[in-house]
Design a protein around this ligand. Structure first.
Ligand SMILES: Cc1cc2nc3c(=O)[nH]c(=O)nc-3n(C[C@H](O)[C@H](O)[C@H](O)COP(=O)(O)OP(=O)(O)OC[C@H]3O[C@@H](n4cnc5c(N)ncnc54)[C@H](O)[C@@H]3O)c2cc1C
Length: 457
């Protein structure tokens, strides 16, 4: 089957625009998602006629077409085990119209290039996916991309003015051409009537209309954009807007005209610190009222997990860290919840001698929350030099001591860049503690009090 597929494609596409070697097929087997599908061939069409031809061939051969532009999709939209149609190379049109108020685009141009062209008009496109340097118009429209600033107000769906598209039967329609509205009804009466009937069903049910409106108040790119049935009346307009977010399943987008937005010449950004996710969220209404167009929430734990990477900016490592004393009540609440969820025999936590204020806060709360358990406070070597004499020792074999160091490296990547962090510190401390309890290595703890139970005989 694959051989006949390749033979058919070779009939129409020159070698420079057709890839069928295994190495090429594997090179195109992934996008930004975690899915892998190896296409049977990759084709690079140049014209609408070739798209029509591909639809015909796919139907003849009983296989599918999947379009691809930047390949930055996160859910496997641009991988396939059928024919992969790459439109990132030959569909580059960007034409500014109406003094920058509109822009005419083809699928194979990145959002960044469109914005670059619009910049001298003080305009930009609405959708602003974080991937805009690689994401192209075909994918931006077909995924109904949005972004930090455009939200759901100026996303692909809401900024689409016109679209020219090819259906699987090879018919081409353009919402910019007034005659295409009647032509759609005449040449595809099945589709026209089907869409009109669906719209009637939606509109006759007030609770469904209200539900759809509610669901699309926030970002909703799950399934087809059925808000098109509420927002538009003519079946061609409905279909045109269903294409936005259809991930290439309803037809091929050959060209579009987008409404542009002002690209403000002066912009400012601020980095604010909050003690907890809760207080950050509480600040949202006030920040929105200042006119902020985008608010991005970055949590410390997530940043900590990447701050050791060479490409991470150094200021990440210097962000405020220890804030537990300021959120004492929240820390207590979390510990109380933990205590309610389990009944441990031993609680291991930092100790009150610890120089780090977060550790000390935890040490202060733990005995008040875990009253019936043996609480052993462990040691954390650090620059502050806060080690004191421990009272409980637990001898370790050399193998366990090394395993502990291994796990420390693995579990605290953000600390690995500290100049004192190395095997010697951890093994050295374990060796010292081992010497103190007549073992090779040991883990040691502080213990404030413990209860001995049992009868006396
Ligand atoms: C780091 C990163 C950050 C991201 N940030 C965002 C974000 O902020 N907001 C957001 O919305 N998304 C985001 N994404 C997801 C993705 O980048 C966007 O959805 C992007 O717009 C996809 O564009 P693309 O050119 O890569 O499309 P592709 O992945 O190539 O294709 C996307 C879909 O469009 C279809 N398609 C492509 N061309 C056509 C065509 N001409 N006709 C019909 N169908 C076509 C494909 O078949 C596929 O289903 C992010 C992804 C990454 C990796």
């Amino acid at each position: 089957m694959t051989d006949s597929l390749v033979a058919r494609l070779e009939q129409y596409f020159p070698a420079a625009r057709l890839k069928t070697r295994l190495i090429d097929r594997h090179a195109y087997s992934s996008d930004a998602s975690f899915y892998t599908l190896v296409p049977r061939a990759i084709v690079f069409p140049e014209t609408v006629e070739e798209i029509k031809l591909l639809f015909r061939l796919a139907a003849d051969l009983g296989t599918s077409l999947t379009f691809r532009t930047g390949g930055t999709s996160l859910s496997g939209q641009s991988v396939t085990d059928g024919i992969l149609v790459d439109v990132s190379k030959h569909w580059p049109l960007v034409r500014v119209e109406d003094g920058g108020l509109r822009v005419r685009v083809q699928p194979g141009v990145t959002g960044a290039v469109v914005n670059h062209v619009l910049r001298s008009y003080g305009r930009k496109i609405g959708p602003d996916p974080a991937s805009i340097n690689a994401a192209m118009i075909g994918g931006i429209l077909s995924n109904n991309s949005s972004g930090m600033c455009c939200g759901v107000v100026d996303n692909s769906y809401h900024t689409l003015l016109h679209v020219r598209f090819v259906l699987a039967d090879g018919s081409v329609f353009d919402t910019e051409v007034p005659g295409d509205y009647a032509r759609f009804e005449q040449s595809r009466p099945d589709l026209f009537a089907g869409i009109a009937a669906l719209r009637r069903r939606v509109m006759e049910d007030a609770s469904l209309v209200a539900r759809i409106k509610e669901k699309y108040k926030i970002k909703n790119t799950v399934g087809y954009g059925i808000n098109a049935f509420v927002d538009y009346e003519h079946p061609l307009d409905i279909l045109a807007h269903l294409l936005i977010g259809a991930e290439g399943t309803l037809g091929f987008i050959a060209e579009a005209v987008l409404r542009t937005l002002p690209d403000k010449p002066l912009k400012s950004a601020a980095l604010l610190f909050f003690d907890s996710p809760r207080s950050a969220c509480d600040a949202v209404p006030a920040l929105r009222d200042t006119g902020a167009e985008a608010l991005e929430f970055m949590d410390r734990a997530a940043l900590r997990s990447i701050e050791h990477l060479a490409i991470a900016p150094s200021f990440l490592r210097e962000l405020p860290e220890g804030r537990f004393p300021a959120i004492w009540a929240e820390v207590k609440e979390v510990l109380e919840q933990t205590a309610g969820d389990c009944s441990p025999d031993i609680v291991l936590a930092p100790g009150s001698q610890d120089a780090h204020q977060d550790h000390r806060t935890v040490a202060e709360i733990v005995p008040t929350v875990f009253r019936d358990q043996l609480y052993l406070a462990y040691e954390i070597p650090k620059w502050d030099g806060d080690m004191t004499r421990p009272s409980v020792y637990f001898p370790l074999t050399a193998e366990i001591a090394r395993r502990k160091v291994e796990l420390l490296h693995k579990s605290f990547p953000s600390q690995r860049s500290r100049d004192w962090w190395d095997d010697e510190v951890f093994l050295g401390l374990a060796r010292l503690r081992g010497m103190e309890c007549r073992a090779t290595y040991a883990e040691s703890f502080h213990c404030g009090k413990f209860t001995l139970r049992g009868g006396i005989s």
